[in-house]
Design a binder for this molecule. Structure first.
Ligand SMILES: [Zn+2]
Length: 257
C-alpha cells in the first residue's frame, strides 16, 4: 500500500517521499534542498533507497549531491537533461522499480516546461514536477506550447482517481486565473472557495485528484466550448484546434502574472 509523505522546502516547493505503509524505505522525489529531507528522514526513522528527478531546475535538484554523499543511493532522472549525480537515465516506457518498497512507477515523457521533463506514475499516484500543477500548469521555459499540450493530454488520459502530486503549492493563484478564464464553471468557483478556506488556515491543497483537475484546470480543458470562446476573445480571432487554445490560455495567464 502506497504511502506518500510531504516535506516543505523553500517558499512553496513540495518534496515527496514515496514508500509503503509498513516499511521504512522511501524514495525521494525532486529534493531541491537536502536539509529538510535529512531532518525528516532522521526524525521519522526512514531509510532512503533512491532519488527520482522530474527535471533539471535547481529547486528540484539542489539537494541531490548532498543526499547521494550521505546515503549513496541511485538517482533516476530524465535522460535528456543534465541532472547531478544521475545514475539511471529514464524516458518514456521505462519503469522505475523500488524493490525495497515493492513499488513500480512508469515513466512518461512530458516536455514543455523543460525539454526533457519526465513524470512518474504508479499505484494511483502521479508525480508530475512542474508539468501539471493543481489548477494550473508549468511555464514554457524550454519547450513549445504544442509539446506541453501533448504532455498534458497524456496526463489527462490517466484515471480520474489518480492523485496529482505536483512540486509547488500554487493552487489558489491558479484558481484565481481559472475563474477569470471560465467564469461560469461552478466547479472552479467552488474549488476556489474551498482552497481559500484551506490556505487561510495554512493548510496544503496538494495532492488533488485528477478528476477534479479535469473539471477545473483550464489547461486540461482546451476542448471545452466556454474556454474556447474565452481564449478566442483574448486572441482576437478564431483558434484552429485545442493546442492553439492551450497556447492562448497559457499566454493569457502569463500576461496576468
Ligand atoms: Zn521547474
Amino acid at each position: 500500500m502506497l504511502k506518500v509523505q510531504r516535506i516543505h522546502a523553500f517558499d512553496d516547493n513540495y518534496i515527496w517521499l514515496i514508500g509503503c505503509r509498513d516499511r521504512s524505505q522511501v524514495a525521494i522525489v525532486d529534493p531541491g534542498d537536502a536539509d529538510p529531507v535529512i531532518e525528516h528522514l532522521e526524525r521519522e526513522g526512514l531509510q532512503p533507497v533512491a532519488i527520482l528527478i522530474t527535471h533539471h531546475h535547481g529547486d528540484h535538484t539542489g539537494g541531490v549531491r548532498e543526499l547521494v554523499q550521505a546515503y549513496a543511493i541511485p538517482v533516476y532522472g530524465p535522460a535528456n537533461e543534465r541532472i547531478p549525480a544521475l545514475t539511471h537515465p529514464v524516458g518514456e516506457g521505462d519503469t522505475v522499480t523500488l524493490d525495497e518498497c515493492g513499488l513500480h512507477f512508469k515513466v512518461l515523457d512530458t516536455p514543455g516546461h523543460t525539454r526533457g521533463h519526465v513524470c512518474y506514475v504508479g499505484h494511483g499516484a502521479l508525480f508530475c514536477g512542474d508539468t501539471l500543477f493543481t489548477a494550473g500548469c508549468g511555464r514554457l521555459f524550454e519547450g513549445t506550447a504544442e509539446q506541453m499540450y501533448a504532455s498534458l493530454e497524456k496526463l489527462r488520459a490517466l484515471p480520474d482517481e489518480t492523485a496529482v502530486y505536483c512540486a509547488h503549492e500554487y493552487t489558489q493563484a491558479n484558481l484565481a486565473f481559472a475563474v477569470v478564464a471560465e467564469p461560469d464553471n461552478a466547479a472552479t468557483r467552488a474549488r476556489l472557495e474551498e482552497v481559500r478556506r484551506l490556505r487561510a488556515e495554512h493548510l496544503d491543497t496538494v495532492p488533488a485528484l485528477l478528476g477534479l483537475e479535469k473539471q477545473t484546470n483550464p489547461f486540461l480543458r482546451s476542448h471545452v466550448p466556454e474556454l474556447v470562446r474565452a481564449a478566442e476573445a483574448f486572441a482576437g480571432g478564431p483558434l484552429g484546434d485545442p493546442a492553439a487554445v492551450f497556447a492562448t490560455v497559457r499566454r493569457w495567464k502569463d500576461s496576468l502574472d
